[in-house]
Design a protein around this ligand. Structure first.
Ligand code: CO
Length: 213
């Protein structure tokens, strides 16, 4: 119970602090939102995008799932992308993986394979299968995990590029840009892996450079 009380108390302190610094902080947000970024990241509790980018409320439109996977059959994320591009008119999409991702480790280990978690991780196991030689060439388990994290960001960013709202935005001439990043839990820094825009030849997007060394 203590943890619950603590969350509520911290929330009250936070709300009061915002008002001291900016009396219009909340009233400004009532009418609507105009975020600049759609952020697709991992659910991992250590990877908190608002905090490590110092984005204020209203800055990031966020979707998180285990291992930051982008699947056309995931109606939840497809609705998020549709809304972000079609209604919020967002022109910057980030797919962000992270060092030591537990979902990616599980995909590498090949378990679990059953139940909702095992089925979900099947999408990450697909990435492993497609990059198996390169991942297995890494010298130890941490390196294999982190190389798969990087390959996964690349594959998921290409999945974003293949969605109907993104293709429609590019066809309409919008300057929609996709960014593949990783967050390094060891130093708190974001590292860029690849960028895709409407001029990118998708079939020519190779494996990204290693940054999680
Ligand atoms: Co993760």
């Amino acid at each position: 119970m203590h943890e619950v009380t603590q969350l509520m108390l911290h929330n009250r302190a936070w709300a009061a602090e915002q008002l001291v610094e900016d009396p219009d902080f909340f009233s400004r947000h009532v009418a609507d939102q105009k975020p600049v970024f759609l952020w697709i990241g991992c659910s991992d509790s250590r990877v908190a995008p608002d905090q490590f980018t110092q984005a204020l409320p209203g800055g990031l439109f966020i979707h998180r799932n285990i291992a930051n996977l982008v699947q056309p059959e995931d109606g939840n994320l497809m609705a998020v992308i549709d809304f972000a591009i079609g209604v919020l008119m967002i022109d910057r999409i980030v797919v962000c993986g992270h060092y030591g991702c537990g979902g990616i480790k599980a995909a590498l280990a090949g378990t679990p394979t059953t139940g909702p978690l095992g089925e979900w991780l099947g999408h990450a196991r697909d990435v492993y299968r497609d990059h198996e030689d390169e991942v297995n060439a890494q010298p130890d388990e941490d390196s294999r995990t982190n190389r798969l994290v990087e390959c996964n960001v690349r594959d998921q960013l290409l999945h974003v590029a293949g969605t109907a709202p993104v293709k429609a935005a590019w066809a309409a001439g919008r300057d929609l840009q996709l960014h593949g990043w990783v967050y390094d839990i060891r130093d708190g820094l974001l590292k860029s892996l690849l960028d895709i825009d409407r001029n990118t030849v998708l079939a020519g997007v190779g494996a990204p450079q290693r940054v999680l060394v």
